[in-house]
Ligand binder design. Structure first.
Ligand code: KIV
Ligand code: ZN
Length: 390
């Protein structure tokens, strides 16, 4: 693998889905997975198979449905967890078992009631077992950023010795700072990875609003997989937001010249699709995908943008797939305008699909003052229309 390629590991359907207001049913998860592949993510963490029958079914169905992305299933270190993940991933074209155990003293004492020696043994046993049941194994040291670094390195060394090829360094509680996290990544790289073919992964929570900054600092220090979610959903304050991470890499390629597989024009449609499925959207001033992300109200700004958008825009709305036309869709809009907007959102509708969706649209427009893009995605009939290449 090129060392300058960043792999995007999307955990919208696992870490994201397990947070309040974000649950999805099976059909919604499959639809989201299909869109994530279209967006170009490298790995889709589809769920935590032992957690519930719903999660198991979702990982199984997404494993079958995915064509290009690796599908990952999360598990603790127990045999039962690993067996359930292995079973759910059976049909994946490329499967990954993601096993984790906490390494911080606080988790060992109060949550696991295990000694460090026991955690080493749990790691050894889990990775050895998982290695027989998936194409690759990722190991996570939960709460790594509040753990003794010597111990984290020892646990990681054990995981690599048993065959894990991805080592994830989660900032589980969103506690770390960019410089500190970069140092931790450098330490893991020097002391554990060396010149072995092992990828360092990062997984940052946003409790201090630093998830993206920490992830980028880690990339500069040598991490080559970034775990993130669409719209930054996830436990508590969420995970690192995929759209912010990717666009930071794109816009600041002068400082961070890394390759990735993301089709950036699918960012906005993916964000809107997620908002249409879960119970909340993004705040208007959310970077990249918020309603105001490309809006200019102040006179000086408007004048600048009209003279040259570069005065106040560091990326174009088109580059992230924000529709460029300003036609407002409402109850007087016709089929042509509706179809054009769907095209801009990346969907090609057949005449039959238009016939189905148009009455739904007019009924909605009768009830709602503003029909947003996420509303349009919510009323598309299943199985959903063809996605168009950008
Ligand atoms: O935040 C975390 O530590 C996690 C792990 C399971 C990777 O989500
Ligand atoms: Zn997490």
């Amino acid at each position: 693998m090129s060392t300058d390629k960043i792999r995007i590991f999307d955990t919208t359907l696992r870490d994201g889905e397990q947070s309040p207001g974000c649950s999805m049913n099976l059909g919604e998860k499959i639809r989201m997975a299909r869109q994530l592949e279209f967006l170009g993510v490298d790995i889709i963490e589809a769920g935590f198979p032992i957690a519930s029958d719903g999660d198991f079914q979702a990982v199984r169905a997404i494993s079958e449905a995915c064509e290009t992305a690796t599908v990952a299933g999360l598990c603790r270190t127990t045999e039962l967890d690993i067996a359930r993940a292995a079973e759910a991933l059976k049909k994946a074209k490329r499967s990954r078992i993601h096993t984790f155990v906490a390494t911080s003293d606080i988790h060992l004492e109060y949550k696991l009631q295990k000694t460090r020696k026991e955690v080493i043994e749990m790691t050894r046993h889990a990775v050895r077992l998982a290695k027989n049941h998936a194409d690759e194994v990722e190991f996570s040291a939960e709460d790594a950023t509040r753990s003794d670094v010597e111990f984290v390195c020892e646990v990681f060394e054990t995981a690599v010795a048993e065959g894990a090829t991805i080592l994830n360094v989660p900032d589980t509680v969103g506690y770390t700072l960019p410089g500190e996290y970069a140092n931790l990544i450098r330490t893991v790289k020097e002391r554990v990875v060396g010149d072995r073919d092992v990828t360092i992964s990062v997984h940052c929570h946003n409790d201090l609003g630093l998830a993206v900054a920490n992830s980028l600092a880690a990339v500069e220090a040598g991490a080559r997989q970034v775990e993130c979610t669409v719209n930054g959903i996830g436990e508590r304050a969420g995970n690192a937001s995929l759209e912010e991470l990717v666009m930071a890499l794109v816009v600041r390629a002068d400082k961070m010249p890394y390759e990735h597989n993301i089709e950036t024009t699918q960012i906005y449609p993916t964000s809107q699709l997620l908002s249409s499925i879960i119970s909340f959207g993004v705040q208007p001033n959310k970077a990249i995908v918020g309603r105001n992300a490309f809006a200019h109200e102040a006179g000086i700004h408007q004048h600048g943008v009209l003279s040259n958008p570069l005065c106040y825009e560091i990326m174009t709305p088109q580059s992230v797939g924000v529709p460029s036309n300003h036609i407002v869709l409402g109850k007087h809009s016709g089929r042509h305008a509706l179809v054009a907007r769907y095209n801009e959102l990346g969907y090609e509708l057949s005449p039959e699909e238009v016939a189905l969706v148009y009455p739904r649209f007019t009924a909605l427009a009768d009830k709602k003052k503003n029909v947003y893009d996420q509303d349009l995605l919510a009323i598309l009939p299943a199985p959903w229309p063809t996605l168009m290449a950008a």
